[in-house]
Ligand binder design. Structure first.
Ligand SMILES: NC(=O)c1ccc[n+]([C@@H]2O[C@H](COP(=O)([O-])OP(=O)(O)OC[C@H]3O[C@@H](n4cnc5c(N)ncnc54)[C@H](OP(=O)(O)O)[C@@H]3O)[C@@H](O)[C@H]2O)c1
Length: 281
């Protein structure tokens, strides 16, 4: 880790950890792509992120032109990436999932996804979507599959169909820690990677004295501290979205070595709250 002032702090090499049962080493901090801004700036941001090791790239067929923008940004770098996209629940029939995946691959200009997710639960039976995912694995169009916005009851149901899910992508930021009650423990018990989406509250990042104090202590920024806090458990990955290389550089430095006192202070500043059903954006 390079020590430097605030936003200049970034990793020499991005930390990686095994991505659930796939065991593939995946960058702890990746890049989200929902509501990308200016196309050229977004391509530049994604490329800067890849240079800094943020090689875990998250998208979805739902995210407008994001797959097309990523297709441009990743040209020549496909081999180093962990590329994830998602099928919309309204397309997640067996046939619909197969077709949606082919469309995503075309937009991304690649021949495979590293992981393909069901974006959230819809009305098609889970078994149908899982059958499609397995067919896509057999055809080499996806290397693994997972889900998003699944609460423990959904995960239990899925596990009975096929105990193979690579990840669960869920809402997790300093102001919304509900997944710590049951979803993270369930995922850790079953070796399912947890991917934290909207780590900055999707544009409403909190200001707090404690964040600033911890950041100052480590020569980091408040957002870097937030990312380090969210990924403090070995099962958790995070995918902040940025539309500028400058923001991405800051986010790449989110592996601040928080100590016990920092964690306690952050726990007090951003309390866990009571258990509740899974929140989603
Ligand atoms: N599975 C799901 O249902 C689901 C739902 C929501 C999101 N996601 C995924 O998770 C990703 C991240 O979540 P998100 O996009 O909702 O929100 P987020 O990452 O929590 O926050 C993005 C916002 O933070 C700003 N930002 C990022 N880095 C910054 C920095 N260093 N300094 C100042 N501002 C900064 C961005 O501004 P700029 O754009 O101007 O840089 C943008 O306004 C999404 O892009 C998507 O891939 C998944």
């Amino acid at each position: 880790m390079l020590k430097g002032a605030g936003h200049l702090r970034h990793s020499g090499a991005m930390d990686k950890r095994p991505f659930g049962l796939t065991r593939r080493p995946v960058a702890v901090l990746g890049q989200g792509t929902w509501q990308l801004g200016d196309r050229a700036a977004s391509v530049a941001a994604l490329r800067r992120g890849m240079e800094l090791g943020m090689t875990h790239i998250d998208t979805a067929e739902m995210y407008g032109d994001a797959e097309l923008v990523i297709g441009d940004a990743i040209a020549g770098r496909r081999e180093e990436l962990f590329l994830v996209s998602k099928v919309l629940p309204s397309n997640a029939s067996r046939k619909g999932t197969l077709a949606a995946c082919v469309r995503s691959l075309k937009r991304l200009k690649t021949d495979r996804l590293d992981c393909y997710l069901l974006h959230w639960r819809g009305s098609y039976p889970l078994a149908e979507t899982v059958a499609a995912f397995e067919e896509l694995v057999e055809k080499g169009k996806i290397l693994s599959w997972g889900v998003s916005n699944f609460d423990v009851s959904d995960l239990e149901e899925l596990w009975k169909i096929r105990p193979q899910v690579a990840c669960n992508q869920v809402l997790y930021h300093l102001g919304e820690r509900a997944i710590e009650h049951a979803v993270i423990p369930w995922c850790e018990k079953h070796d399912v990677a947890v991917v934290a989406y909207s780590p900055f509250g999707s544009g409403s990042f909190p200001r707090h004295k404690t964040l600033d104090e911890v950041a100052k202590k480590h020569g980091a920024t408040a957002r870097q501290v937030a990312l380090a806090f969210l990924t403090r458990r070995k099962s958790v990955f995070s995918i902040p979205k940025s539309s500028s290389p400058k923001h991405t550089e800051e986010n790449a430095g989110g592996s601040v070595p928080l100590d016990g006192a920092d964690l306690q202070a952050l726990e007090r500043a951003f309390p866990l709250g009571k258990p509740k059903s899974l929140p989603m954006l």
